[in-house]
Design a protein around this ligand. Sequence first.
Ligand code: SF4
Length: 301
Amino acid sequence: MTSIQDKIRTLKREKNAVILAHFYQTMDIQEVADHVGDSFELARRAQETTGDTIVLCGVRFMAESAKILNPQKTVLLPAPDAGCPMADMVTPEDVRALKAQYPDAAVMCYVNSSAAVKAECDICCTSSSAVRVAKSLKEKRVIFVPDQNLGAYVASKVPEKEFILFHGFCPIHHHVAASDVKASKAAHPDARVLVHPECTMEVLELSDYVGSTAGILEYVSKSKDSEFIIGTEMGVVERLRQTAPDKIVYLLSPRLLCPNMKKTRIEDVLKSLENGVYEIKLPENELKDARACLERMVAVQ
Ligand code: SF4
């Protein structure tokens, strides 16, 4: 019997499609993907791909970013309701109001934002590039949307600039508490604590390493230590158990599960390829302005 994964691989070849999957996707999807990465890696891969169709297994803003960077290609999001609550916290109107209030400031947006918001901003960043991007700006004042936690982390690393932080947050990372870190450290005293900068400053201050999902994966694979407490979405723990079986990894908190990232099922990926659904379509002017915002980030890398 042909498995769903086999059918997907056959259809991919027939349709000259590529599958890009985020690290937070389930392992059966990661196994059929051409590339697995964090938001930045997926944006970069989307820009390099020679496929006619990109199937983005992640959440909507990621598929929008792939479309922005490849306006001539068909970009499909297998689970149309997979959104990012943090991205939805900021609107283009919010950004316009901040720009009116701080006309001398550069406007920087986290990649976890809609295409419409990116179109209003000067430059985009990912969690791995945020500090570099902020340092590259000539303006002294920087409006940062939507993540208050990543913004506060960047501000702590770039003290020469003044940051105006929007009040958005990731509901998954924001609710990890300092007490979770203390309890986990007490239970696993030899483990290093690695956390994502979408967590609060209190949590970051208790950790040994702060980095993007890709940064955390690399840290574990290169480290001489053998035990790690992982403070990001549980998909990273699943991946580490497969790719670094000699290391012992613990999830910092059972709350680190993003329901939106788990909305895409392997059956949805098959349906997406079979029926060409659900196609991302963006207005022409939004595409153009959001593309300039994303390309400025890529140029800083
Ligand atoms: S983990 Fe947080 S930031 Fe990432 S998609 Fe889920 S809600 Fe959005």
